[in-house]
Design a protein around this ligand. Structure first.
Ligand code: NDP
Length: 293
């Protein structure tokens, strides 16, 4: 484990990444805009560079973990990247990753974008299950897979540099939908002194867990194009139930703002004749694809 690494960015995430490479014995050069944030790592064996350019010059592999795209542009302005392998773990859109890949290649670097599916306390703890989506240069990924796997699992998802970000954002979007559901569910029981949140929680968790199988159902329908075989909760039935959800919310004094967008989509689907199908069809409607019911 003596492959040198340069890391730009010592925020919460960068610092967590840095410690794992140090612990694994990789020579580590770090740079951070606010230089004092490197002090603790230097005490642990890292070398602090005075400038980003100096840090980049120190190793063949450059890992960038800054706040956002603008900070990457600022930090790397005028830095010589020729011959370098640049891995950008800064969160951004697929379009930003593709533009950054072109930008890096024009400067003579190989480029890999990453989307981190972990929070800092999960970094360096394999049992925590965190991992990073990577996309872009397969050659770069193969050359550094061992080093990149030190902080968290490494999952290469394609040569399109935008795919890491796309996977990252798609998974987090699913999470936000779940958070919306959790928020509304707790709000419904919030006013009831006889329903304790800690007693309600395992019921909600169990139900969400049971329903997570819907992900596979969606995938099978989207691939087969068959939206009707084996439908157990058809859209006509589900739309008929909408007043129950709205009436229950109203009765509990709870805003329906998190529910109504999805109900609106279901009603639109029903209006287009999808009453015998289930909500998987909403994917095509949302994505604006021809072939939606
Ligand atoms: P922090 O806010 O802790 O750190 C931000 C880092 O960016 C600091 O090193 C900061 O430097 C630097 N920075 C900000 N603006 C500039 C700039 N204009 N020029 C140079 N450096 C700049 O963020 P995190 O470390 O938590 O996150 C880093 C990346 O990792 C983000 O893209 C984030 O989305 C991603 N990520 C974070 C997760 C998390 O849970 N924390 C989870 C998954 C991904 P300075 O110290 O000088 O301010």
């Amino acid at each position: 484990a003596d492959n040198p690494v340069t890391l730009l960015g010592l925020g919460a995430m960068g610092t967590a990444l840095a410690r794992t490479w140090l612990a694994a014995g990789h020579p580590l050069t770090v740079w951070n805009r606010t230089a004092s944030r490197a002090d603790a790592l230097v005490a642990e064996g890292a070398k602090a560079a005075a400038t980003a350019a100096e840090a980049v010059a120190a190793s063949p592999l450059i890992v960038v973990c800054l706040l956002d795209e603008a900070s990457v542009t600022e930090a790397l302005a005028g830095v010589d990247l020729a011959g370098k392998d640049v891995v950008d773990l800064t969160t951004g859109t697929p379009a930003q990753a593709r533009a950054r890949a072109r930008w890096a290649e024009e400067r003579g670097a190989r480029f890999l974008d990453g989307g981190i599916m972990a929070v800092p306390p999960m970094i360096g703890i394999p049992e925590a299950g965190g991992y990073v989506f990577y996309s872009g240069s397969r050659a770069l990924f193969d050359a550094h897979a061992d080093t990149l796997s030190v902080p968290a699992g490494a999952n290469f998802v394609g040569a399109d540099p935008g795919f890491a970000s796309l996977h990252d954002v798609a998974l987090l979007s699913g999470m936000y939908g779940m958070f919306a559901g959790i928020t509304h569910a707790f709000a419904l029981v919030r006013g009831e002194a006889d329903i304790k949140p800690t007693e309600f929680a395992p019921l909600l968790k169990g139900w969400l867990h049971a329903m997570s199988g819907a992900v596979d159902g969606y995938a099978e329908r989207l691939e087969s194009g068959d939206y009707t075989t084996g439908v157990v909760s058809n859209l006509a039935m589900q739309v008929a139930g909408i007043p129950t959800f709205l009436g229950t919310a109203a009765g509990q004094g709870v805003s329906t703002e998190l529910l109504t967008p999805f109900f609106g989509l279901m009603e639109r689907l029903l209006g287009e004749g999808a009453g015998a199908e289930d909500t998987a069809r909403a994917v095509d409607l949302l994505a604006g694809r021809a072939g939606a019911a």
